[in-house]
Design a protein around this ligand. Structure first.
Ligand SMILES: *Cc1c(COP(=O)(O)O)cnc(C)c1O
Length: 367
């Protein structure tokens, strides 16, 4: 068997140890004679699995007691609507910082649901290559919204806006558990699992209890009301059982690695290697500005300026990299070039192998 280094932005690589544990338990989970895939979510054997996943989220993220941890479905994209439906209920106004595709989609969804959306800052002027500085947000907003790590543009907040009494909502889909985060600074955090937590299928939501309402915006379906899930331990309906099981194992793996602080140090080491190479190489350049760079998603271009030639070079890069066991490096069409997603589960050896390949490719093609 040979495994590749997978730089996919999502779904993305999982720790090999976790995959091995899942494989070992596939047919018979701890003497139950069943796979976790086959179990009733209400069975005695499944209950400790979801409880363990929640306990690990609480422990590793130091979630305060006045927050609920929910395991929902519908991905990050469903949260774009649920946030608006459940939070925009007093003034019906919300502030959004537009830092890329996902923040823009979230704002558009809120607007679609009748929320009065203010785009209070945007980095669209420079193709979202930086995070605008908005240290303070005030006004009669029901909530303020940010996308903390911008998966496509490769940018990340280096500060948390001060919103006073306005609940701050953050999409942390692509940076959850990659760094320590003070949950108490936020009203609501959410993350689709398929970037840094588990396979696709579960969305982690962490919500402050006072924001859980039983009177959301008119017409909100039962399944889209946080209270429905909070009151039922994320088991109002069938949860994504298997994905939650894998999520618990990924969190155990993070703990074995020394916890979030240790994972963060490793992520900094990996990202530093790659950015330092990009910043010093005459052949490539990173697209995200210094001071706004993501530790998780690193888009980069070659220094070929002619668009037709650049496209041919990028295609060749992606193809030859894949042949060398470095896969899913094609950039997003909005940025072009290449993108290396180096989530928690990407070992530093993968980053070193990528840099070695880039160096070789540059010598052969970019001089
Ligand atoms: C991938 C992603 C999403 C969309 O998630 P889905 O689960 O596909 O709906 C939203 N926000 C961010 C930051 C993402 O990276």
């Amino acid at each position: 068997m040979s495994r590749v280094y997978n730089f996919s932005a999502g779904p993305s690589c999982l720790p090999e140890e976790v995959l091995q544990e899942c494989a070992a338990e596939m047919l018979d989970y701890q003497g139950s004679g069943q796979s976790v895939m086959e179990m009733s979510h209400r069975s005695k054997v499944y209950k400790p699995i979801i409880e363990h996943a929640e306990a690990q989220v609480r422990k590793l993220m130091k979630v305060p007691d006045n927050y609920k941890v929910l395991f929902l479905q519908g991905g990050g994209s469903t949260q774009f609507a649920m946030v608006a439906q459940n939070l925009a209920i007093k003034t019906g106004k919300a502030a959004y910082i537009q830092t890329g595709v996902w923040a823009k989609k979230a704002a558009a969804e809120a607007k679609h649901l009748g929320v009065a959306v203010d785009i209070i800052a945007s980095s669209e002027d420079k193709n979202y290559s930086y995070i605008p500085k908005v240290e303070k947000i005030s006004g009669d907003y029901d909530y303020a919204y940010i996308c903390f790590n911008n998966t496509i543009m490769g940018t990340h907040y280096e500060y948390i806006p001060d919103t006073g009494n306005i609940p701050l909502v953050a999409d942390i889909s692509s940076c959850v558990l990659s760094e320590e985060l003070d949950v108490s600074k936020f009203g609501l955090l959410f993350a689709g699992a398929q970037k840094n937590l588990a396979p696709a299928g579960v969305t982690l939501v962490i919500i402050r209890e006072d924001l859980i309402t039983d009177s959301p915006r008119a017409g909100t379906p039962t399944m889209s009301i946080y209270k429905t899930h909070a009151d039922n331990g994320s088991m109002y309906n069938t949860p994504p059982c298997y994905t939650i099981y894998v999520l618990g194992k990924v969190l155990d793996w993070i703990e074995r690695k020394g916890g979030v602080e240790a994972i963060h140090a490793l992520n900094v080491a990996k990202a530093d290697l790659l950015y330092n190479y990009l910043d010093s190489s005459p052949a490539y350049r990173a697209t995200a500005e210094k001071g706004s760079r993501s530790l998780m998603n690193v888009p980069f271009l070659t220094k070929e300026d002619d668009p037709d030639k650049a496209k041919a070079i990028n295609d060749k890069f992606v193809k030859e990299a894949a042949a060398a066991g470095l896969v899913n490096l094609a950039g997003h069409r909005l940025v072009g070039g290449m993108r290396a997603s180096i989530y928690n589960a990407m070992p530093i050896e993968g980053v070193k192998a990528l840099i070695a390949f880039m160096e070789k490719f540059a010598k052969e093609n970019l001089q």
